[in-house]
Design a binder for this molecule. Structure first.
Ligand SMILES: Cc1ncc(COP(=O)(O)O)c(C=O)c1O
Length: 399
């Protein structure tokens, strides 16, 4: 039968997919932040202790970042007006790249619109269909998407398994160009990559070594220089990615490495070539953030002392926090609907800890993902522990 014109609904499969999400307990409404991103914040009309942001050092609201952004708007306007490669490269963009390269102790750096664009744009532009990518199974989605876009072959090695990586490198010795890629800190589990072993293997087998330090920059290493600095591996990682959206508190991503790598990316990384550059306020606030990292290292110390306090509290309560070694501390719950129930209950009682389920984490590994920040008070952390403990006990998650 010919359908009546205008009655066909070619997108109706989306409603079915949403129904499935609802049935699996994976449907989420976006929580709306009313006001600033702070350790105590107002979401959906409720004041809560906020354990869900990536604002590790509290820089989203730092007066120096805000002043720098306001000044940049007044002096340079609201937008950059072009992609970097045409008319959208301002002094501030170049200054930020110089600052990041010096901070990370590399020859050069390039800034992208986001960490996602930095990872995906880099991997997709330096590899092609003759090449091979060796990737940790828990690497970030932006690495996975970049790998797919590159059309290179992809071999995934078990999480942090250097022995398995070594075997894969031996088996694939005939491939001319290989990339070994890992997150520095894994975003959903908060554990740290065994970088010395991985970097040594990459070097031994002549593979390119790339680390995504999105969650380590501003958090680990001297003044927050990241995992490469933490392990003393300067000069041994060919490509370092970072984000300006987490500890730095603003928006953007960057790649650090040799001058030729950065010049190549200027010419070939598609998000750099085909998407407008940051507004001046973003670049100016990021510049101010790197000054704060140098001038206020006590923020990082506070982040870690808060992390220790919170983790010890979770352990006392009997929570399973998996492999976490950093401020990212998952509270492992199992099935997605239980995680979402716990998250909702905690929220109603005054704690925002986002429930995370498939596809962000594997099925059966749903969790509340918590991140404490340098700016939480001890009282806030203790109160959050009390609320999480009561809620989880009520659901039979802890004894
Ligand atoms: C490990 C990792 N890499 C990259 C990104 C992307 O960073 P951005 O938010 O700046 O796009 C994220 C953020 O979710 C991340 O967790």
């Amino acid at each position: 039968m010919t359908p009546v014109p205008g009655t066909l609904k070619p997108l109706s499969f989306l409603d079915e997919a949403l129904e499935t999400l609802r049935a699996e307990g994976l449907y989420r409404r976006l929580r709306i932040l009313e006001g600033e991103q702070k350790p105590r914040a107002r979401f959906d009309g409720r004041e809560v202790i906020n354990l869900s942001s990536n604002n590790y050092l509290g820089l989203t609201t730092h007066p120096k970042l805000k002043e720098a952004a306001i000044r940049a708007v007044k002096e340079l306007g609201a937008g950059s007006g072009s992609v970097r490669t045409i008319a959208g490269t301002m002094d501030l963009h170049m200054e930020l790249e110089r600052k990041i390269a010096a901070f990370k102790k590399t020859e050069a750096a390039v800034v992208f619109q986001s960490g996602f664009a930095a990872n995906a744009g880099t991997v997709a532009s330096i590899l092609g269909k003759e090449d091979l990518i060796l990737s940790d199974e828990l690497n970030h989605a932006s690495i996975i998407d970049g790998a797919r876009l590159s059309r290179a072959a992809i071999r995934v090695f078990p999480h942090k398994d250097t022995a398995a990586l070594g075997k894969l490198l031996e088996e694939t010795a005939d491939v001319k160009r290989r990339l070994v890629i890992t997150d520095g800190v894994f975003s959903m589990d908060g554990d740290v990559a065994p970088l010395p072993g991985i970097a040594a293997l990459a070097r031994e087998h002549g593979a390119i070594m790339m680390v995504d330090d999105a969650h380590a920059s501003g958090v680990m290493g001297q003044n927050g220089r990241g995992t490469i600095d933490h392990y003393g591996l300067h000069g041994q990682v060919d490509i370092q990615v970072g984000t300006l959206s987490k500890a730095i508190g603003v928006l953007g991503g960057y790649v650090c490495g040799s001058k030729s790598l950065i010049e190549y990316l200027y010419h070939r990384a598609r998000p750099f070539l085909f998407s407008t550059s940051h507004p001046p306020a973003v670049a100016a606030a990021c510049l101010a953030a790197f000054d704060v990292l140098e001038q206020e290292p006590e923020r990082i110390e506070r982040l870690w002392s808060n992390t220790r306090r919170f983790k010890a509290g979770l352990a006392r309560l009997g929570f399973d926090t998996g492999m976490s070694e950093t401020p990212i501390t998952p509270i492992l719950v199992g099935e997605a609907d239980r995680a979402m129930k716990l998250s909702d209950l905690a929220f109603d009682r005054g704690v925002f800890a986002q429930g995370i389920g498939f596809p962000t984490v594997a099925k059966g590994k749903a969790r509340l993902r918590t991140i404490v920040t340098a700016t939480h008070t001890e009282e806030e952390l203790d109160k959050a522990l009390e609320i999480l403990g009561d809620a989880a006990r009520g659901l039979g998650i802890i004894p």
